[in-house]
Design a protein around this ligand. Structure first.
Ligand SMILES: *Cc1c(COP(=O)(O)O)cnc(C)c1O
Length: 357
């Protein structure tokens, strides 16, 4: 069986965890601080705030920007549910704009049409390891005086016209085990804005600037030193893993680009894709999904139901049609691209897809 994702926890991660366990400092402590410093330096940002998950990072980002009741945030319907739910957590309303057919990300024209006087922020998702179309998105945000909150949970290290994701606003990362690097559960917020960073730290820890003083309403959204110890090791390995993902993707594209009924992933001109997922557009998607399953090759549909069509959103009264996102959910299929694949695995995946035709 070739799995769709394969987290790698090596001896160094294990040793780092044991060291923390022996230290007596278990919750948020010196390892978290060190992880924040190293992550900020790696991301090229001034501040990084570690959190308990990507979801809580997004939730904190909303609150740190003062987004709340009566506000709207424009985002994509084609993502993991957390990228829209964070807006609901803050008491605000996610507004969905349709996506680009080639890259499956927020379409700048649709985004601009979705802006109203209530819009406070734009929440682009850097999907599958590739950056959203940040040139026009940033231009629209500036023209309408809107904040940008980037969901980079799938795109650690992706670049757009030479700039790393996270260069345009408050940015949220996830370290869930399937992501390009993991802390098991965990997340990070990066920003160059000292005030946003300070607010994020307060919200993460019960609004507490010092012990048992509570200045504002906050939560327990902290990361532990155990997680940070794993993250510090994984961060060292990320670039090599991303390079391997890119090499695997290049092989798959070379072998699959001429297969009929299958469209290989497009990389935006001037952008650097870190292939969190390698996502095909397939004419007979469910047939290929079954076929791969029978051959022992894991694959995944990200995402089978666009967010605006989820029961949660139907119940909230959402009744919009977003044809590009809806078509994408019927035709996408992600196949393994993770750095744990051998050359033999890659050839097996290609052979299985070619044998469908
Ligand atoms: C994984 C993911 C999240 C949530 O991260 P968690 O760490 O699982 O809470 C949010 N947005 C996107 C696009 C994701 O892929």
């Amino acid at each position: 069986m070739i799995s769709i994702s394969q987290p790698h926890i090596g001896d160094e991660e294990k040793a780092a965890v044991l060291q923390v366990l022996g230290s007596g400092q278990l919750a948020q402590g010196p390892r978290v601080k060190e992880f924040e410093e190293q992550f900020a330096a790696w991301a090229g940002r001034k501040f990084a705030v570690a959190t308990s998950s990507g979801t809580t990072a997004l939730h904190i980002a909303m609150l740190a920007h003062g987004i709340g009741a009566g506000d709207e945030v424009v985002t994509t319907p084609f993502s993991f549910i957390a990228s829209a739910n964070c807006v609901l957590y803050a008491g605000a309303k996610p507004v969905f704009a349709d996506i680009e057919p080639e890259y499956f990300m927020l379409d700048p024209d649709a985004l601009e049409k979705a802006i109203t006087p209530r819009t406070k922020a734009i929440l682009p998702v850097h999907l599958f390891g590739q950056a959203a179309d940040m040139g026009p998105i940033a231009e629209i945000a500036a023209r309408h005086h809107l904040a940008i909150i980037e969901d980079a949970c799938q795109s650690h290290g992706a670049k757009y016209r030479g700039q790393m994701v996270g260069s345009w606003g408050t940015t949220c990362y996830s370290f869930y085990p399937t992501k390009n690097m993991t802390t098991i559960e965990g997340g990070m917020i990066t920003t160059d804005d000292a005030e946003i960073a300070e607010r994020a730290r307060l919200i993460r820890n019960h609004g507490s600037p010092k012990r048992y003083l509570h200045a504002s309403l906050g939560y327990n959204f902290r990361m532990t030193d155990l997680q940070a110890a794993i993250g510090l090791v994984q961060l060292q390995k990320l670039e090599a893993w991303n390079a391997q993902r890119k090499a695997n993707a290049a092989f798959l594209t070379e072998k699959l680009q001429s297969v009929s009924g299958v469209t290989t992933p497009k990389v935006r001109q001037g952008s650097e894709h870190v292939f969190h997922q390698y996502t095909l557009r397939v004419e007979n998607r469910d047939e290929l999904l079954d076929h791969l399953g029978k051959k022992g090759i894991g694959s995944g549909v990200y995402y089978p139901i666009p967010i605006h069509q989820q029961p949660l959103y139907k119940d909230l009264g959402y009744d919009v049609t977003l044809p590009v996102a809806e078509a994408a959910s019927r035709h996408v299929l992600s196949i393994p691209v993770h750095p744990g694949l051998s050359q033999e695995n890659l050839e097996e995946i290609v052979a299985a897809i070619v044998s469908m035709n």
